[in-house]
Design a protein around this ligand. Sequence first.
Ligand SMILES: Cc1ncc(COP(=O)(O)O)c(C=O)c1O
Length: 325
Amino acid sequence: MTMTRNETLLASAVDAIGETPLVELSRLTRGLDGRILAKLDYLNPGFSKKDRIARQMIEDAEAEGMLRPGQTVVELTSGNTGTGLAIVCAVKGYPFVAVMSRGNSVERARMMRALGAEVVLVDQLPGSVPGQVSGGDLALVEQAAQRIVIERSAFRADQFRLQGNFRAHFLGTGPEFIRQSGGQIDAFCDFAGTGGTFAGCAAAFKAFNPAIRCYVVEPAGAAILAGEPVSYPNHRIQGGGYALADLPLLNPAHVDGYLQVSDTEAIEIARRLAREEGIFAGFSSGANVAAALRLLQTDCRGGTVAVLMCDSGLKYLSTDLWQAL
Ligand SMILES: Cc1ncc(COP(=O)(O)O)c(C=O)c1O
C-alpha cells in the first residue's frame, strides 16, 4: 500500500514543506471561458511558498559542503524567505540572521524572531513609505546583509543567485502543478521578485509541454522586465516588483509575455479571493489571480491558467489590505 505524505509521520516541520493543495477558482471565474488553478502555498509551515527555497538552498549548501555545522546563515528578505530560513535553521541547528527593510509589515519580523531568528531592520531611503519597499530600499538592505556576512563569517543564502531557489520550484512546485492538474495546464503567470518561482515552474512546464505559455507579472509603473519605464517604484505589492533589470535566475527564453497589475487590482482580487473563494492570501496572490483573469479574457480564453497563492493574508493584518474592511 502506498501512503500519501499526510498519512505519514514526519520527522520535522521541514519535511512538511511543499506538496500543497491545488484548487480550482470556480467562483471567481464564473461567466468566463476557462479555469484558474491556484496552488495554496500559504499552507506551508511558514505560511509562504518561500519555505520551499529555504529548504532547498540550505540542503544544496549542505550537500556541496558550503555550509559548516553550526555556521551562521544570513539572508536579505521581505519576510517570507526569512521565515522559511528561520524554520529550516531552527530545525537543523544553524543560527540565522534576517536582514529586512523597515518598510515590510511588522508581522514578518515578529514571526521570524519567534522562530529564533535575529532580525536586523534597515531604514528605508528618505521619502520612502512604510509598506512600499522600492529597489532603492532593497539596495540598502543588500549592503547591510553583505556587511553582516563578513562580520560573522556567515553563509549567505542568496535567494537572488543560488540555484536552490530555481531548483525548489523546478523539482517541487512545477511538477506538483503538473501532477495535480493531470497535465491540464495551458498557461502560468507569476508575480516576480527574485524570479525564482517563475524560472523554476516555467522550466518544469516547458520541459513537460513547450506549448504551456508562461507570463511574468509586474506592478503597473514598475514593469522593468517588460522594458517599460519605471514611474511607480513604491507600489504596494509586497514580495516583488523591485524594478531590478537583471534577475540572474530568470531565463528570458521561457517568458512568453508580460502582464502588469495595479495596486488597486491586486488588492481588489486579494479581497475577492478571501470573500468568494475562502482563500486568505496576500497582495502578490491577488496580483497573480488578477493577471490570470486577464489572460482568460485575452490570450488564454478557454484555457487553464496556473497560479501560486504565495503567502497568507495573516501576514498583512497590519496593512490596509484588510483594515479598510
Ligand atoms: C509574497 C511574495 N510574493 C511573491 C514573491 C516573489 O517570488 P519570487 O522571488 O520567486 O519571484 C515573494 C518573494 O519573496 C513573496 O514573498
